[in-house]
Design a protein around this ligand. Structure first.
Ligand SMILES: Cc1cc2nc3c(=O)[nH]c(=O)nc-3n(C[C@H](O)[C@H](O)[C@H](O)COP(=O)(O)O)c2cc1C
Length: 250
């Protein structure tokens, strides 16, 4: 370990000062010497650490990547709404007819990447997606604020629209159709309306076959470990082999 600290000193003395970004990585809490059988306990504890730290508004933000039919990748931030350690998946919610929704349903492959800057930690998941069970999506949708529920009906996510005003008009029209009066909800006695989940909106479960945990360390000799498992799929059902783990060079 002394050797690594020494490398860090030498590097920081000779590296030009960056206009942004980290110049020196402090020694952090590395991955355990003996890698556990599954990555999920560490992943969950990192997720919990990020939430508890309250240093970023969306500690559950992750970049979800999909590919189109020609293998062209695209990424966007979505919020992770659940982690299930056994057999191991994460959940996020979106519009099934959005660009990502269509690509995920057609290609079925997906990657998700978390970055917790304050902790020098990154988690990468790569695998396959299925729609969440409908009752799970219903339950989650029922707990959202009514404005978000309305938005899920009003927005044809990823489709072009002529102007911002046209989008606001679309929301107002949807409210009319649903018999909702904004004034009486906001200023009057009217309770928040009950809005059912639209069929084009719901959860995806990402079941990874590769999970990589990364933590920054001195001298950029970061600590990385990769877990992989066999995964077979029939329709929406998966069967899983056991995880095997290895360390990776940074
Ligand atoms: C912090 C943050 C959280 C977001 N969370 C979600 C989310 O949970 N679900 C979602 O569909 N879009 C979410 N978005 C918007 C997406 O990044 C994206 O713009 C949208 O889903 C459309 O992507 P697409 O056209 O590639 O399908 C979020 C954006 C940000 C910046």
């Amino acid at each position: 370990m002394d050797g690594l600290v020494c490398i860090s000193c030498v590097m920081s003395a000779h590296e030009p000062k960056a206009p942004y970004g980290r110049e020196v990585y402090e020694p952090g809490e590395n991955l355990p010497i003996e890698l556990p059988e599954s990555p999920f306990a560490i992943f969950q504890s990192w997720f919990d650490d990020a939430k508890k730290a309250q240093r970023q508004p969306n500690p559950n933000a992750m970049c979800v990547s999909s590919v189109d039919s020609e293998g062209r990748p695209s990424g966007r931030i979505v919020l992770c709404r659940g982690i299930d350690a056994d057999p191991g998946h994460v959940v996020f919610y979106t519009n099934y007819e959005s660009r990502k929704g269509k690509e995920l349903l057609e290609q079925r492959v997906c990657a998700a990447t978390f970055h917790w800057d304050h902790f020098d930690r990154q988690v990468r998941l790569e695998g396959e997606v299925v729609k969440s069970p409908m009752d799970e999506s219903d339950h989650y949708f029922s707990r959202r604020r009514w404005e978000s529920q309305l938005g899920a009906w009003a927005s044809d996510q990823s489709e072009p629209i002529g102007s911002r005003q046209a989008m606001l008009d679309k929301v107002a029209k949807k409210m009319d159709e649903m018999g909702l009066d904004l004034d009486s909800i906001v200023h009057g006695d009217e309770k928040a309306p009950e809005i059912a989940r639209p069929p084009h909106w719901g959860g995806f479960r990402l079941y990874p076959r590769r999970v990589e945990l990364w933590c920054g360390d001195t001298g950029r000799i970061h600590d990385r470990a990769l877990w992989t498992r066999e995964m077979t799929r029939e329709g929406d059902d998966f069967s899983f082999g056991s995880w095997s783990a290895t360390r990776l060079q940074p």
